[in-house]
Design a binder for this molecule. Structure first.
Ligand SMILES: Cc1cc2nc3c(=O)[nH]c(=O)nc-3n(C[C@H](O)[C@H](O)[C@H](O)COP(=O)(O)O)c2cc1C
Length: 243
């Protein structure tokens, strides 16, 4: 059954073409409030959000990400996993924060907050695109944003009112492939994936995409067989976010 919230969620697509119109400061503030309204593990709230409004920093983030749409975004939010705040009053050794569980807690909370912000932005007609590509150079992002120890820049979100945006909704995996009852069940996997591969091929053909995409499984085989951002574990350790 549809309702306006469900319609908004189901109509999501990433937007990478923006008008020059700025996002009103009251809307920015509301978006951050919406991010903060997300559930948070143990009430820890282990994140900070850096709004990048300085065009010079925005250009440098674009260079790190290697993405042409970033300088044209009206606003960029960077989501930072953050135990620095907690350390300011717990006054323990930095090392107490550095473990995989805390890192998961911070990453999950950041993602929940970010998705709340994205949906709220989309409800105002603002288009968004997540930017994991900022992790191409986390040290540089940390330097540009003056991030202290016990923080880590997880991803950004580029936002702006859409202009010239021709992107469409991308089909997701079939529900029966991702949603099981009581027990994990991959018995229809081959059939589900074959059907999905065909759907994805037709989707990219219908978009007259320059990229030739033959299948989702092929895309994933190419993507997941490459080693990516090997230095991240080391940077997490330098930042005292992982032991
Ligand atoms: C955590 C995260 C990081 C992402 N990073 C990038 C990115 O660096 N650049 C980009 O253009 N899109 C990025 N995306 C957008 C995905 O490519 C996009 O969500 C996916 O292809 C599905 O398309 P849709 O959002 O239009 O439905 C990211 C999405 C997520 C959730």
């Amino acid at each position: 059954m549809s309702n306006p919230t469900v319609d908004l969620i189901l109509n999501h697509h990433s937007v990478r073409h923006y008008a020059s119109r700025k996002i009103e400061p009251e809307i920015i503030s509301t978006l951050v409030k919406c991010a903060q309204a997300a559930a948070t593990s143990h009430y820890v709230q282990p994140y900070s959000i850096v709004s990048v409004t300085d065009p010079e920093i925005q250009n440098q983030l674009a260079a790190i990400a290697g993405q042409k749409h970033i300088p044209n975004a009206a606003h960029i939010f960077v989501f930072v996993a953050d135990f620095n705040r907690h350390n300011s009053f717990i006054n323990a050794s930095d090392d107490i924060f550095a473990n995989a569980e805390n890192l998961l807690v911070a990453a999950i909370d950041c993602a929940l907050a970010a998705q709340n912000l994205t949906l709220a932005a989309e409800s105002y007609g603002i288009g968004c695109c997540y930017l994991g590509s900022l992790r191409n150079d986390c040290r540089k992002v940390a330097e540009l944003l003056n991030l202290p120890k016990l923080t880590f820049p997880l991803f950004g979100i580029a936002c702006g009112y859409p202009e010239g945006d021709r992107a469409t909704k991308k089909p997701r995996l079939p529900e029966q492939e991702v949603h099981y009852e009581n027990r994990y069940d991959s018995s229809n996997r081959a059939e589900n994936l074959a059907k999905y591969d065909q759907e994805i091929k037709e989707y990219y053909e219908s978009r007259n995409s320059r990229q030739r995409i033959e299948s989702w499984t092929g895309m994933m085989r190419d993507f997941l067989s490459k080693e990516v951002r090997k230095e991240i574990r080391e940077i997490l350790r330098e930042q005292k976010m992982l032991d």
